[in-house]
Design a protein around this ligand. Structure first.
Ligand SMILES: C[S@@+](CC[C@H](N)C(=O)[O-])C[C@H]1O[C@@H](n2cnc3c(N)ncnc32)[C@H](O)[C@@H]1O
Length: 226
């Protein structure tokens, strides 16, 4: 079950539940090292890795990135602004964090400009398609850590905000999602994005839907037509 922080958030819009979000710290650390090690195995040398976390899992997330052999490179705060739910007598929990690193050396000669050290974007309900959905504009900024035209993998794509951002910014995208409901939401959003982009740019998107295997995988590989 998703943890109560999402279920009881008082939001009027009903969104599908999802599983795998109520682990103890030690179980979370072990699980993260397993899937991050798989990401490490598949990533090209020098590839960036970005993992969103809240304050509670921040330490474990840093440990997991290093535990999977990535080089830990920093923490980028995302300020969700005062639009988040306030609690009287407490500091407002209005930030999440992007813990980031790379597979080995990451030369500054890469074709990526200087990126901001923090981001401020409120969560808007009309741009939220998952209980933990990220703002699309935020993700359009985060994906820019990837070199132009690169392939971005989101192994927990949810409603595919990362995928929508990746396609919009001219990257290729592979997404994995275990919830059938969110997989369908992701697919619809990605199809819509690909359709809008192909009318804007001279681009066709080849969509590979591997929904028949144990994991639901969507792959959007853009081919620029002459
Ligand atoms: C935090 S949400 C991602 C939300 C996403 N960033 C968005 O904006 O929509 C994580 C997702 O990972 C999925 N998930 C959890 N464990 C998984 C697994 N082992 N394999 C694939 N997906 C998984 C959940 O179903 C959930 O939808």
């Amino acid at each position: 079950m998703p943890s109560k922080k999402y279920v009881n958030s008082g939001v009027k819009v009903q969104r599908p539940d999802f599983y795998g979000d109520n682990k103890s710290q030690k179980a979370y650390l072990k699980w993260c090292i397993i899937w991050l090690s798989e990401c490490f195995r598949m990533a090209k040398p020098g590839s960036p890795i970005c993992v969103f976390t809240d304050w509670r899992q921040l330490g474990a997330t840093q440990d997991a990135i290093e535990g999977a052999d990535f080089i830990l490179r920093g923490i980028v705060p995302w300020n969700k602004t005062e639009a988040v739910r306030p609690q009287k007598g407490r500091f407002r929990n209005q930030a999440e964090y992007v813990v980031w690193g790379s597979k080995g050396d990451m030369p500054t000669s890469r074709n990526v400009k200087v990126l901001p050290g923090s981001y401020t974007y409120p969560v808007r309900q009309n741009d939220k398609h998952h209980l933990t959905g990220k703002p699309t504009e935020l993700m359009k900024q985060i994906v820019k850590i990837t070199e132009p035209g690169g392939i971005i993998l989101d192994p927990f794509m949810g409603s595919a905000t990362t995928g929508v951002a990746a396609l919009s910014e001219n990257y290729q995208f592979i997404g994995i999602e275990q919830s059938e409901k969110y997989f369908q939401i992701a697919k619809a959003r990605l199809n819509e994005t690909a359709k809008n982009l192909s009318s804007l740019r001279n681009i066709t998107s080849e969509i590979i839907d591997m929904n028949t295997c144990s994991k639901r995988i969507l792959s959007y590989l853009n081919a620029v037509t002459a």
